[in-house]
Design a binder for this molecule. Structure first.
Ligand code: ZN
Length: 477
């Protein structure tokens, strides 16, 4: 039988640097004897004076410890792989030990010279916080758990919706309606029961971010909105934590590492958020389901390298990925000395109101909403039922209109809103809506800028709010 013997880093000096040696053998004992014959020095490390396997050497055949089976008599099949795992003293004494089960589980890591026993123990010792368990958080959570990161914190307040399953692969069909935290925790423990999951079933806010983040070594940002993204950035800079960034939209993704000692932060790259409505969210603009899989996996890779303190991290570099053309590009980033957060004279020394910073009005009750030019779905329905004359304008795209719409609506896609403003009767009260309320807010803003004289209200939460609060029979998308 031809079998390969995987040599751990610690013993490679005795095999001329070879990480794997192929020998002919029918049993584990024969394989080790053949190995010893090829590399005489190694024999002394493996066998005692009477030819017995030394106690501090563990031998695994296809991930099974031979001590639990037939020992050196363990039979080998053709193509089997045999791994030597010696105990290693020193260098990492403060790090947690790995159990036998963990040694077997992480065998493919242990034989990587760049990771080895010490790297795996660093992973076990590490604490990583995932902000969000959506498209990016899903592969992040799953790969970091599989890799053996000892403690994974997750912050999420959402529940699993069937429209999440196209990309948020940490959740399954059976989880629809469950809290994302509970679903993600179950999946992580199924992948790796050795991982401790610390769950924060809450929205990350200026009030709790520092308290939550301070206990972690690395933050992986899987957020989908600007206020949380700036909040995560600022909290990481204030606490001196690295922030592994990823973002996705339609077919394009970005990744970088912010908050490293010599690297920039998110504000160095984007000092200010775009005005609300300019950049649509994934809920409005769509996203290719595998895209967050790729970007989130890149974030997981960067997180692991930061924990190991090795490799070449994405610091001072912004990785740009286009799935549609299948191109990766990279641009240089620089720490901005004038950055208000991480520059030489920072002016922001505490967390701020990020909703306000991003131009998003804080949540308000109905009366305040109308003051702000908004109306809730429930209030709109009430007024329609009262027979009030309300003109409904939908600014989504025709294909969305075909999926679901509120009765008696005129469709004017956002891109045509100024040109077709004449179709809106300024003497009637008008409610503008889209999917979640972002495009319609932009439409109201643009109509006002263009001098539209009538009264315009934006449907808060869009047609999704209408489907949730008024007409559950409407399909959600
Ligand atoms: Zn900065």
């Amino acid at each position: 039988m031809s079998v390969s013997i995987l040599i751990p880093t610690a013993l490679r000096g005795l095999t001329g640097g070879q990480s794997s040696v192929v020998v002919e053998a029918n049993s584990a004992g024969e394989a080790l004897k053949s190995l010893a014959a090829l590399h005489g020095e190694l024999a002394k490390h493996l066998f005692g004076e009477n030819g017995e396997l030394r106690n501090f050497v563990n031998i695994y055949v296809d991930d099974e410890d031979i001590r639990h089976g037939a020992g050196l008599a363990t039979e080998l099949t053709d193509g089997a792989s045999l791994m030597i795992v010696p105990s290693i003293a020193g260098g990492a004494s403060e790090l947690p030990e790995l159990s036998r089960e963990e040694l077997a589980r992480y065998s493919r890591h242990l034989i990587l010279p760049e990771l080895g026993m010490e790297g795996q123990r660093k992973l076990k010792n590490a604490r990583v916080l995932l902000v969000g368990t959506g498209g990016l958080g899903a592969p992040l959570g799953m790969y970091l758990a599989a890799a053996g990161v000892g403690t994974i914190g997750i912050v999420d307040f959402d529940t699993v919706d069937s429209s999440n399953l196209q990309r948020q692969i940490i959740h399954g069909t059976k989880d629809v309606g469950r809290s994302k935290i509970a679903s993600a925790k179950d999946r992580i423990h199924d992948i790796n029961p050795h991982v401790e999951v610390v769950a924060y079933e809450t929205r990350l806010t200026s009030a709790n971010a520092l308290d939550i983040i301070k206990d972690f070594d690395v933050v992986a940002d899987g957020t989908d909105n600007y206020p949380t993204r700036y909040l995560v950035n600022d909290a990481c800079i204030l606490l001196g934590k690295p922030n592994v960034y990823g973002s996705i939209f339609r077919f394009e993704g970005q990744a970088s590492v912010f908050g490293a000692p010599d690297g920039p932060c998110y504000r160095c790259l984007y000092p200010e958020p775009p005005p609300p409505g300019l950049v649509p969210s994934c809920a409005e603009g769509g996203v290719l389901g595998v895209l967050p899989g790729i970007v989130g996996t890149i974030q997981a890779t960067e997180t692991i390298k930061l924990i190991l303190g090795d490799g070449e991290p994405l610091v001072n570099r912004l990785l740009l990925f286009d799935a549609w053309t299948m191109r990766f590009r990279e641009v240089k980033l620089r720490k901005d000395p004038e950055c208000p957060m991480c520059g030489t004279h920072p002016t922001i020394k505490a967390l701020i109101d990020y909703e306000q910073f991003c131009g998003i009005a804080p949540a308000a009750d109905d009366a305040d909403s109308q003051e702000a030019g908004e109306i809730t779905a429930v209030e709109l329905k009430r007024r329609i039922d009262l027979g009030q004359d309300i003109q409904l304008i939908d600014v989504r795209e025709p294909f969305e209109f075909a999926i679901a719409r509120i009765p008696n609506t005129t469709l004017i896609p956002l891109g045509q809103i100024e040109r077709r403003a004449g179709e809106i009767d300024p003497k009637r009260e008008t409610v503008v809506y889209c999917k979640v309320g972002m495009r319609s807010a932009a439409a109201v803003h643009r109509l006002k800028e263009a001098g539209f004289p009538g009264r315009l209200l934006n449907l808060k939460g869009g047609i999704l709010a209408w489907a949730r609060d008024v007409d559950p029979s409407l399909p959600r998308y």
